[in-house]
Every structure is written in structure tokens, then in C-alpha cells.
Design a protein around this ligand. Structure first.
Ligand code: ADP
Ligand code: MG
Length: 245
């Protein structure tokens, strides 16, 4: 039973055409929890993230965020997207805007903050992700790891209730992975609720409260990292782990 659910999915189903990508997914994320989602390519991990902030619709089932059903459209949807922040593999920064402007933009447009207040908050957050001094640069002048930390600062600037990370380090050169994971570990320690799709098993072991293993659109296992990594129950999880560990 959930202690203090922030995200609740019940019997969620999603198709792309004839492809059944989410099959009766029921999943709860409690406030302050870090849930790591792992599984083979094509198992539905990105789709799972995308339905949680309604970048994708579902055909059946219910999704409740902080006690409220997902809004369909309009103002409520914009607010939901601010509250359920998302960090993508590909950073998605605006190339023609400075780092500072990237972090401030949605604060002004979505949260209605004054530019000077937004910029002040942006500088605080850039400092927090180790990028003080980079505010006036453009994304192309930064490394991939730095760009991803800008994307994290941008998501944090919305004061999200939860952050979704979809393979945040998969596009990075190996030497930059840790600087991004370290920012994520820090957020976890501060109590941020996080859903993290990743292949970084070290992060899953050290930072996750729960590991959700997906295969073919189903949640196959949902357990503590200790249980999952030392004694996976399903053949599919054993097979997956034998290939990546
Ligand atoms: P994962 O993130 O685990 O690799 P995805 O959620 O991206 O899996 O994809 C699940 C399945 O849905 C895959 O077979 C993928 O090819 C398919 N898929 C994903 N997005 C779309 C889309 N927009 N249209 C059609 N099929 C899609
Ligand atoms: Mg994916």
C-alpha cells in the first residue's frame, strides 16, 4: 500500500496502432521516492514517462497526480506539465537562447514570474547544478554534461512536484555521466520525487527506493534494488541483468 502517493497509475493501457505498448500498468510513486525504471529497448519506458505528464494520451485506466486526475487540456495541462517536470536524453535546450534565458523562459511564460525574479531563481539553480558562471553562454558552448545540467535546472525552476528523467545520461560521453548522476543523487537526498529511466545500474542500486522492471509493455517486477539485483524473480529480468551486468 502506498504511504503518500504522488503518482498513481491504475490499469493504464496505450496502443500505437496495433502495438500494445502499455499493458494494464498499475504503479504508484510516493512522495520523496526515487523509482528507477529499467528494461529492454522498446519495452515502453519512454511511453510510461510520457503518459505521466500527458505528452501522450492513454485509452483506458486512470492517472492521478497528487490527488488530481490528469487534466485534458488548457491551463490545467500547462500547470501539470510544470508540476511533472521532464528531462530528456536529448536536453532539448533552445540553441539561440543563453543558458540563463533557457532556464528563465518557462518561469516567465508558465509561472508568470517577472523577468528579474525568474533570472534570480535561474542563477540560484545554475549554481546548484554546478554551472555558476555559465549563465551567459549558449548551449553549443557547453559540454553535453553541462547542457543536461542546464535542462535539470530548467525543470527545477518550475518547482515541480516530481521530475521524470528519460535516459538522461544516454547521449553523454562516459566522462560526463557522473556529473549528471551526482546532481540527480543530490536531488534525491534533498527529497525530490523522481522517476528515472536509466541503464546506469550503479545509480539504480545506490539511489533508488524501488526498481521497476518493464518488458513488452508490462511491469514485470517492482521491488527494492537489493531484492531486484540479488534475486530477480522473473526469467525476463534475469535474462536482462545477465546481458547488462
Ligand atoms: P522504450 O523507451 O522502453 O525503449 P518506448 O516507450 O519508446 O520504449 O516504445 C515502446 C514501443 O512503442 C516500441 O515498440 C516503439 O517502437 C513504439 N513507439 C514509441 N513511440 C511511438 C510512436 N510515436 N508511434 C508508434 N510507435 C511508437
Ligand atoms: Mg526510451
Amino acid at each position: 500500500m502506498a504511504v503518500d502517493p504522488l503518482i498513481e497509475l491504475r490499469d493504464v493501457n496505450k496502443h500505437y496502432g496495433t502495438l500494445h505498448v502499455l499493458r494494464n500498468i498499475s504503479l504508484t510513486v510516493d512522495r520523496g521516492e526515487v523509482v528507477v525504471v529499467i528494461g529492454p529497448s522498446g519495452s515502453g519506458k519512454s511511453t510510461l514517462c510520457r503518459v505521466m505528464n500527458r505528452l501522450e494520451t492513454v485509452e483506458s485506466g486512470t492517472i492521478v497526480i497528487d490527488g488530481r486526475p490528469l487534466p485534458e487540456e488548457g491551463r490545467g495541462l500547462a500547470e501539470l506539465r510544470a508540476e511533472v517536470g521532464m528531462v530528456f536524453q536529448s536536453f532539448n535546450l533552445f540553441a539561440h537562447k543563453t543558458v540563463l534565458a533557457n532556464v528563465s523562459l518557462a518561469q516567465i511564460k508558465v509561472r508568470g514570474r517577472k523577468k528579474e525574479d525568474a533570472d534570480r531563481r535561474s542563477r540560484e539553480l545554475l549554481d546548484r547544478v554546478g554551472l555558476a558562471g555559465q549563465a551567459d553562454k549558449y548551449p553549443a558552448q557547453l559540454s553535453g554534461g553541462q547542457q543536461q545540467r542546464v535542462a535539470i535546472a530548467r525543470a527545477l525552476a518550475m518547482d515541480p512536484k516530481v521530475l521524470l528523467f528519460d535516459e538522461p545520461t544516454s547521449a553523454l560521453d562516459p566522462e560526463m555521466i557522473n556529473e549528471v548522476l551526482e546532481v540527480m543523487r543530490q536531488l534525491a537526498r534533498e527529497g525530490m520525487t523522481m522517476v528515472v529511466v536509466t541503464h546506469e545500474m550503479g545509480f539504480a542500486r545506490s539511489a533508488a527506493n524501488r526498481v521497476v522492471f518493464m518488458s513488452d509493455g508490462c511491469v514485470i517486477e517492482d521491488r527494492t534494488p537489493e531484492e531486484f539485483f540479488t534475486a530477480p524473480e522473473s526469467e525476463r529480468a534475469k535474462d536482462f541483468l545477465s546481458k547488462i551486468l
